[in-house]
Ligand binder design. Structure first.
Ligand code: BGC
Length: 312
C-alpha cells in the first residue's frame, strides 16, 4: 500500500499524511475534501485516491443494491457511485446488454462488485427473477433504486393508447412490482431496507404533451407515501428523488435543439443542466444508514426549477 501524501489547498499548503486527511473527512469537512480532490485533478502527476485507498469509511459497505435501468444516465451514475461506496450492485437493464456490460466493467475496474441482469420491471415473473438472482449472487438485498423510466411526447388528444400504457407500465407499475418483491425479501431478512424511486419535478409540475409521464410520476408520489407508512414497522424506508433537467439521453431532443435548450434553461434558476452524479450523491445519502429517520418524502434536486416564478 503506497503512503499517500496530499498537498492541501487554501491556507494550509503543506503535505499531510493520509490519516490526517481521512480523519478530517470523517469529521465532515466536505468543502475541504472538495479542495483535496481539486488539487489532485490539477496535479496530474498525483493519482486520484479512492475512498478505499484513503482508508475512508464507505457509506454503503456490505450492502446489496439493485438499480433498475442502470445501463445509462442517472441509473448508471447511481450504480457506479454505490459501488464506490462499497455496495455490491445489480445493474438491471432491458434489451441490448452492451451498455450494461460497460457499466459493470467500469465498476470492476476500481475493484467494485457488480453483475448485470436483464429484467423488464413491468413483468412480475422477470421482477421476481431479478430479486431471486440478486439474493443468489450476493446473499441478500438492502437497497432498491427504481430508476427505469421512459417518456414520449404527444398532445393529450392524440396520445396513442399503446405508448400511454407502456409509459405507465415502466414508470409506475415497475416500481410497484419491484418494491413489492423487494419488500417481501427485506421483511424475510428482518433488518430493514431502503426503497428509492427516481421520480421527477413532474410529480408536481404539469408538462404539456407529457400526460402519461406526469401521471406516472404523480402516481409514484402517492405510491411512496403510502408504502412508506405500511413498511415503517419493518424499518424499510421509502423516498422519492425528484430530478429536474439532468443531462442524460432522455432529453436528447432538447440537447440537439439550441432554442429548446435555451427555453428550458430559462425555467431553471441555476440556469444549467443537472449532472447524473449530483443525483447519485442524494441517492447515496438516502440509501445510507445516516438516512434511517428519513421516509415518505420527495427530495427535489432541480436547480430551483420547482420554485421558478415564471414572469414575476
Ligand atoms: C424529464 C425531462 C425534463 C425534465 C425537466 C424530467 O423528468 O424526463 O424530459 O426535461 O424533467 O422538465
Amino acid at each position: 500500500m503506497p503512503v499517500w501524501r496530499i498537498a492541501l489547498g487554501g491556507n494550509n499548503r503543506q503535505s499531510q499524511p493520509v490519516e490526517t486527511i481521512a480523519l478530517t473527512y470523517l469529521q465532515g469537512h466536505a468543502r475541504f475534501n472538495g479542495r483535496i480532490r481539486q488539487q489532485f485533478s490539477r496535479n496530474k502527476s498525483v493519482p486520484l485516491a479512492s475512498h478505499h485507498q484513503l482508508g475512508i469509511q464507505m457509506k454503503l459497505q456490505n450492502k446489496v443494491a439493485i438499480v433498475t435501468g442502470a445501463a445509462t444516465g442517472i441509473g448508471q451514475a447511481i450504480a457506479i457511485r454505490f459501488a464506490r461506496e462499497g455496495a455490491s450492485v445489480v445493474i438491471d437493464y432491458v434489451g441490448n446488454s452492451s451498455a450494461a456490460d460497460q457499466t459493470m466493467n467500469e465498476i470492476k475496474s476500481f475493484g467494485g462488485k457488480s453483475i448485470a441482469l436483464a429484467a423488464d420491471v413491468s413483468k412480475p415473473d422477470q421482477v421476481q427473477n431479478l430479486i431471486d438472482s440478486t439474493v443468489k449472487a450476493f446473499g441478500r438485498l438492502d437497497i432498491v433504486v427504481n430508476n427505469a423510466g421512459i417518456e414520449t411526447k404527444h398532445a393529450f388528444v392524440d396520445f396513442p393508447f399503446d405508448e400511454m400504457q407502456k409509459i405507465l407500465a415502466v414508470n409506475l407499475i415497475g416500481p410497484f412490482l419491484v418494491s413489492q418483491a423487494a419488500a417481501r425479501q427485506m421483511i424475510k431478512q428482518g433488518d430493514g431496507g431502503r426503497l428509492i424511486n427516481i421520480s421527477s419535478v413532474h410529480e408536481d409540475l404539469p408538462m404539456p404533451t407529457n400526460a402519461p409521464y406526469c401521471a406516472s410520476k404523480g402516481g409514484l408520489r402517492m405510491l411512496a407515501r403510502t408504502i412508506a407508512v405500511e413498511l415503517a414497522k419493518d424499518k424499510i424506508t421509502v423516498n422519492n428523488i425528484g430530478p429536474g433537467a439532468v443531462y442524460t439521453p432522455i432529453d436528447a431532443d432538447i440537447q440537439a435543439n439550441p432554442e429548446l435548450e435555451k427555453a428550458l434553461m430559462a425555467e431553471i434558476p441555476l440556469s444549467r443542466w443537472g449532472k447524473p452524479e449530483e443525483i447519485a450523491g442524494l441517492a447515496t445519502y438516502l440509501a445510507s444508514d445516516e438516512a434511517g429517520y428519513v421516509t415518505g418524502s420527495t427530495y427535489f434536486i432541480d436547480g430551483g426549477m420547482m420554485r421558478q416564478s415564471g414572469s414575476l
